[in-house]
Design a protein around this ligand. Sequence first.
Ligand code: NAD
Length: 445
Amino acid sequence: MRLSTIGCGYLGAVHAACMAELGHEVIGLDVDQGKVDKLARGESPFHEPGFPEVLARNVESGRLRFTTDPTEIADCQIHFIGVGTPQMQGRYAADMTYVDAAIETVLTHAHPQGERPVLIAGKSTVPVGTAERIAGRCAASGKDIAVAWNPEFLREGFAVQDTLHPDRIVYGLPEDREVGAQLRDILDECYAQLLSEDIPRLLTNYPTAELVKVAANSFLATKISFINAMAELCDATGADVTKLAEAIGHDDRIGKKFLRAGIGFGGGCLPKDIRAFMARAGELGVDQALTFLREVDAINLRRRETAVDMAADLFGGRLVGRKVAVLGAAFKPDSDDLRDSPALDIATRLWARGADVVITDPAAGDALRRARPDLHVVDTVEQAVKNADVVMVLTEWKHFTELDPEEMRPRVREAHIIDGRNVLDPKAWQQAGWHYQGMGRGVST
Ligand code: NAD
């Protein structure tokens, strides 16, 4: 099939490459010339394990192309929408201008021909009601263009794996059964290889498909904030949240995943998705249903200030003139994504309180230097920790979790380690002479 992906960021570029990997002819359209130039050369503009190989292989084969010229999408059967839906400045709601612009691009340049409608398949995370609105816009255009919502569940760091082997595929289809069946068949043809592997495929109406995505993210955010609330209790009582999480996680109804207490969640999805969900619930007159998400957000943001206070408390509350080595800037390991990164936020707060902050990250260093020329970014852990008064592990890169406390000890001025992700072995660090503090671990010696 001939497919287009409108928007070639973390979602769109990976989706485009993976669709080409499935054998389709794919054209990736983006408005960012620099990104398109890189992708067209087969070079990844961001850090994503496994993506460079899939990208290069498919660009080389000629099945995958990237462009800024919208006329090139003219004869595609499906147009996947993967543009951003960021939080609006000063508001909780999602900014829909990019999605609306992408839809206009398709309506202007797509040329439906033949028996089947051209399909717009929305992958971006959007407020419930968007697909219906876009379907109305398509109908008004007079072109044979239809809409399905096909939410994306990929995780950065596992994006290729998640795209080629998703847990489930959801199609949000129009109420008209005949049109719905036609659109289902088009998507089935596109995903035939995945469906042959028995990946569950759920057919829903538009609002259900849109809600599945934000409900899933809200649940995950809630689970993280739940364990972080328990961490607050652990800190107040001397309990260890890692043991608590392990113990409750043995219960299948609870499960072990997403129960790691620490400095909380971030990134380009969870924080803005729960806020946009609350905003949309307000518009729909059901804001009370989601008031708990306000608490989820508040608990999450409190973790960042807690981490800063932990560092300050080591020095009588004053950070001025103290050297803090921050290990990690990306919002999660195996990614260079700095969007709403707890690590970066904490580094910024430490800096604002007068600390001499030095940051290192295995992948996000260059992106960080570009985004934040005000911060002191170095290439290696050795450079970051040199003469540090406190070392803070804020992104759980394997590179950091495997650090040798014995080897690190002589490099610092004061041997304080704050484990913002609860990924280090307290005993090993303590035995090497470090004062170790986790988040809600009740171990501080
Ligand atoms: P991103 O910012 O990395 O990428 C968005 C891309 O869209 C950018 O390259 C931008 O230049 C491009 N763009 C903007 N307007 C355009 C237009 N009119 N035409 C063509 N291109 C345009 O964002 P992302 O992380 O890829 O997220 C995209 C969407 O996918 C969001 O709604 C997000 O919530 C959702 N999502 C993301 C992930 C993830 O892990 N990143 C996972 C699931 C869902």
